[in-house]
Ligand binder design. Sequence first.
Ligand SMILES: NC(=O)c1ccc[n+]([C@@H]2O[C@H](COP(=O)([O-])OP(=O)(O)OC[C@H]3O[C@@H](n4cnc5c(N)ncnc54)[C@H](OP(=O)(O)O)[C@@H]3O)[C@@H](O)[C@H]2O)c1
Length: 285
Amino acid sequence: MTQTQKILVTGASGTVGRQVVAELLARGHAVRALTRDVSRAAFPAGVEAVQGDLADPGTLIPALEGVSGLHLITFGGAFFAPLETGPRILELARAAGVRRVTVLHGGGPSPLEDAVRADEGVDWTVLKPVEFMSNALEWAPGIVASDEVREPFVSRLSAMVHEGDIGAVAAVALTEEGHGGREYVLTGPELLTVGDKVAAISAARGRETALVELTEEEAVAQWRAAGQPEDVIAFLVEVYGNTPEAGRTVVGTVEQVTGRPARTFSQWAAEHADAFTAQAAAAAE
Ligand SMILES: NC(=O)c1ccc[n+]([C@@H]2O[C@H](COP(=O)([O-])OP(=O)(O)OC[C@H]3O[C@@H](n4cnc5c(N)ncnc54)[C@H](OP(=O)(O)O)[C@@H]3O)[C@@H](O)[C@H]2O)c1
């Protein structure tokens, strides 16, 4: 067991940050969670919520006091705009005595990630997850309403990763020696088609779910009708129609770093079965 450490988690209310928080707590560490609005924050018991904005680094000074590790996101504000404040955040972190930094890679160019990589004063680790399993939650409304998933490119392969495993790798890298200067590609344990994912969800909720294959044109029209911006639509067509090799290659990093096998999509679906039931839809209204 490593000594108890205090870690500042940014993006702590988000899909991955929530898991970083949970994994640190499970390992007995103290967690300070950053949010831009503490009045809206709902963190687990024992977590210290602090208000701050990564786009305005001066607001981070109290949050950084007394922490040994810092988990960072690369974006701030609407539409995942890349943060330009990386050098100042790193400077403040070093001044506060932060020794380890993890950063959640965002896919595109990131001045913040560049600043982390260039920093010789901390042990940094870049986390590069492929597709999150939680993206499947986007199917929940269609499944609840009509027992179907409507998708293009249904035979595309994905090595999708459980967000809890991203959190687990972050927690280890933030609190243990030996992960400085590493870039970790994080995947699940298997390659899945869209049909495989739909079958796992059907099994988890105990009800058949139909997969309706859309043409690219039909998918674009559906995304437009849902209000997706054109650049997001172009991104989706590219990654779904032409998934990069890294997104469809299983690697063993999760198990190597955490000592536990990467979780399967069937496990994820069983944990989230409620999200795909009519009762869940009624409760959310
Ligand atoms: N979805 C995928 O398949 C996938 C795959 C690989 C990589 N990624 C990358 O993962 C990242 C998204 O992670 P996620 O899904 O965990 O995010 P998310 O659920 O959208 O959460 C966003 C978080 O960012 C925080 N935030 C936003 N602007 C902030 C600011 N200016 N200052 C402080 N906090 C700020 C929010 O905190 P508050 O609102 O509480 O302030 C919230 O906790 C993106 O970089 C994406 O490219 C996604």
